[in-house]
Design a protein around this ligand. Sequence first.
Ligand SMILES: Cc1cc2nc3c(=O)[nH]c(=O)nc-3n(C[C@H](O)[C@H](O)[C@H](O)COP(=O)(O)OP(=O)(O)OC[C@H]3O[C@@H](n4cnc5c(N)ncnc54)[C@H](O)[C@@H]3O)c2cc1C
Length: 396
Amino acid sequence: MKKKNKEEILFSVDENKFREALRAFLEREDAKKVEQEIYERDFYPRELYGKLGEEGFLAPVLPIEYGGRGKLVYEAIVAEELGAACVPLAWIHSTSSYAYATIARYGSEEQKSRYLPALKRGAKIGAIAITEPEAGSDVMRINTRAEQKGDAYVITGEKRNITNGSQADVLLIWTITNPEVDPVEGMSVFIVERGSEEGFEVIEDYKLLGGFPGTVNSHLRFDEMRVPAENMLGGANKGARILFDELSVERLLYAAMLVGEARPVLELAVGYSMEREQFGTSISRFEGISFKIADMVTRLEAAKLMVYHTTRLIDTGFDAEKESAMSKLIASEAFYEVAHNTVQILGGRGLSDEYPAEWAFRMARLSMIPAGTNEIMRFIVQREVYKEFKGKKRNI
Ligand SMILES: Cc1cc2nc3c(=O)[nH]c(=O)nc-3n(C[C@H](O)[C@H](O)[C@H](O)COP(=O)(O)OP(=O)(O)OC[C@H]3O[C@@H](n4cnc5c(N)ncnc54)[C@H](O)[C@@H]3O)c2cc1C
């Protein structure tokens, strides 16, 4: 019997074919070189994102009738491979994918046929607008108001730290539609198309960690922005339920992207440690170095397995809130360990821009805050564990 490799055990034939085709496309397009050019010239890789769509690699999570494959595992493969090949491209995909996955899940047929095809082609880019100046971790404190006036809602408020914010064509905006009740009962989501709405203002695009080339992170203001009532997603005051689902998918896909981002950094550390000689031998022969490599590989492999285990749970219909939080936690901390140790293994070169190690270190540090901070991930995990114990479901 032919010996199987690990990928053949973990993934179906079709999933592996999809990954291989995507890798081949990214190699053909020289995505690593594009990444390098972005770091040098800071441009937004919208054109390459469009090509990904034209070649059919975007939105595999969509149902088959919308040209997708109906499973989140394909979307996680996209996030991972883009993370490994070109970080800014992976970031465009990130919130765009959270937006189309949410419209696919909660949209009416009219909304799905109106928004999904262009998002799938990469002709349009999506964004998710939840965070506000006064509501970060405490998402239930959002203050953006949507008031019904005739056949429209009038939206007023601010959102900050929105990935793709100033560039997105289609934004999902979380608002309060009934301020008289608990936000869980009074929150609604709107699909907002750029270009058609007055009162949409970009206050600024932030410079994160001294610059995050090729990506956009925006502070937005809505000043009495009128949105047709038909753009409400999933029904009036259903926003909190949509938010919890969205965050589970977001954390999982975000974690997949980080697993991908860490991969070339680990390869750099292994390759460099084999070539660099000190004290008359390769530094890989010092346990101070090779044991770091052992820890990095172990952590990253554990993170990858957690990500795909969670993906399978969600694809099978489980509410994997705890596992999504665990995935984001372990993937961001694995990436941080990989990047931190890579800088150390490269010595002085690790701190210069001769190698992408210092850049990866900044990215890894950044990765612990979006999609809910790691403190909030730990909060979710412990809350779910205690709930399970109280319910006597002791299958942690
Ligand atoms: C690169 C990037 C991209 C982002 N993209 C988006 C996006 O596309 N859409 C969007 O809506 N948002 C986005 N965000 C916002 C992100 O989700 C928030 O920054 C995050 O949820 C934390 O909110 P905050 O920054 O207001 O920090 P705060 O909530 O003010 O937290 C400050 C500190 O207090 C800690 N803390 C807060 N509450 C607790 C608690 N209960 N227990 C223990 N510690 C606690 C936090 O962990 C943190 O260390 C992005 C952020 C970044 C950095």
